[in-house]
Design a protein around this ligand. Structure first.
Ligand code: H79
Length: 446
């Protein structure tokens, strides 16, 4: 028996409208973390803090007034929105999600609702508008990250423990609601909001507000998409409501990790997105990337393919520096992935879960309803034999990479080897399988 909820999921199943289909088809997005934290870059008074650079204010226990005065130093002379957009386009990203306000509370747009914003820096320009215009001009959708948690705003509360807290936090929620409405109104092409900083008791006790915010954004911009992280229900249950229904439009809990491709297939039943850092845990710019493992372009490309193979989007993070430039490692990653995507993008964009059992050599993807299944091979077995197990009434007719055909050998019922013996692999290889209904193909191909 379902629990009656006022603030739970608003619908069940996946959205099928055009805006959501577009979001889903993009598959690959660029995340950008940019704020005042880019200036110190994880270093304060000569000391390097290894924890996430965007958390420096908290890690180094910097008083709010001191931190906030970084605003008067924010002057990224190299910032060039069009160059950023070109890099994203070349990488193969189809959307970009930018931190309009992170936990520090600094706003990248000239908001009416706090002075702690870009227009009071020496730079003054509306960075958000320049980015939206430049990315949209490249055909890239722009989405807004918004941290509800706010280390700057005096009315923010972690919990509600007194009537005074309740009054203050109510003012805070009005402030956040006003900012969200301002963003959706003033930047009309925004496609989605990516909420963060919503895990504290204060928000969990005000689930009504999360629904109100979702509904307000959807009424200002029909087709608007919000992530599950925004939402809490009547009982403070987050992401999935007390009846286990997904709230918001897609699941956004996979942060710096991906669902297991064998054990977590439940994710193929809803829309989801995983966000990923290049180092172990740095979102904002950190001067010193030697403090943790830095993922290689190949590792990140494999994650993109992995997410796609399970019907999810992959949001890869970049943290520009205080001058508005990208570090060399990030440029290299964008170039490497972009080169692969230029050739192989069609096995990512528009593609999702193929419905077949994962094999050790890599991942399957499939365009919805297509008779073609893509194999993306990362690990070539010594034997050169790639196992494929099909499901149901299906036969494999051919296996091709570009113009080249590979031998398809049926080895058992619904089991095949693709003979991939003659190839030296220097990058992940795509093989496209042509399939047909076994019952219909039997006559032609027996
Ligand atoms: O913007 C990036 C990070 O700065 C931000 N989210 C990404 C996208 C972030 N904020 N906090 N964290 C990441 C980690 C904090 C996790 C915790 Fe919790 C918050 C630990 C305890 C409270 C969330 C809620 C995880 C466990 C409970």
């Amino acid at each position: 028996q379902p629990v009656p909820l006022r603030y739970g999921a608003q619908y069940t199943g996946m959205r099928t409208d055009e805006a959501m289909q577009q979001w889903r088809s993009h598959r690959f997005g660029q995340f950008i973390h940019w704020g005042l934290y880019a200036i110190p870059g994880g270093v304060w008074n000569g000391k390097t803090y290894n924890y996430a650079a965007e958390f420096l204010k908290s890690s180094a226990r910097i008083p709010t007034a001191t931190w906030d005065s970084l605003m008067y130093q924010f002057n990224p002379r190299e910032f060039d929105a069009r160059a950023w957009a070109k890099m994203a386009k070349q990488m193969g990203a189809r959307y970009m999600t930018i931190t309009t306000k992170h936990h520090e509370g600094f706003c990248l747009w000239p908001t009416k609702f706090t002075d702690f914003n870009i227009s009071n820096t020496p730079f003054r320009r509306d960075i958000l508008k320049e980015l939206v215009d430049a990315y949209n001009a490249e055909g890239i959708d722009v989405n807004f990250y918004y941290s509800v948690l706010d280390w700057h705003h005096p009315d923010w509360r972690y919990d509600i423990k007194s009537p005074e807290d309740s009054v203050a936090f109510r003012r805070f929620l009005d402030f956040a609601g006003n900012q969200l409405k301002e963003l959706a109104t003033n930047y009309p092409t925004v496609k989605a909001f990516w909420f963060d900083g919503t895990w504290d008791s204060s928000i969990k006790k005000n689930g009504w507000w999360t629904l109100e915010a979702e509904q307000m954004l959807k009424s200002v911009r029909p087709g608007m998409i919000v992530n599950s992280r925004l939402r809490a229900d009547d009982f403070g249950k987050r992401h999935f409501d007390s009846n286990n229904q997904l709230m918001g439009d897609y699941e956004s809990g996979y942060e710096r990790r991906l669902p297991n491709p064998v054990k977590d297939l439940q994710v193929t039943k809803w829309d989801w997105e995983a966000c990923m850092t290049v180092p172990e845990n740095q979102w904002g710019y950190h001067r010193d990337w030697t403090v943790s493992h830095v993922k290689s372009p190949l590792e990140l490309l494999e994650m993109l393919v992995h997410a796609t193979s399970m019907g999810g989007n992959f949001l890869l993070n970049f943290g520009p520096d205080g001058n508005g430039g990208f570090r060399n490692e990030e440029r290299h990653i964008a170039q490497f992935i972009g080169k692969w995507m230029e050739k192989n993008g069609p096995v990512i964009w528009d593609c999702g879960y193929a419905g077949w059992e994962k094999q050790d050599w890599g991942y399957f993807t499939r365009k919805n309803g297509s008779a073609h299944v893509n194999m993306i091979v990362f690990n070539k077995p010594v034997s050169g034999l790639l196992k494929v197990k099909v499901k149901g009434d299906v036969k494999i007719l051919s296996a091709k990479a570009g113009g080249k055909a590979y031998r398809v050998e049926e080895i058992a019922k619904n089991e095949y080897f693709i003979h991939f013996t003659d190839r030296k692999m220097t990058e992940p290889r795509v093989i496209v399988l042509e399939t047909a209904k076994a019952s219909e193909a039997a006559d032609k191909y027996q």
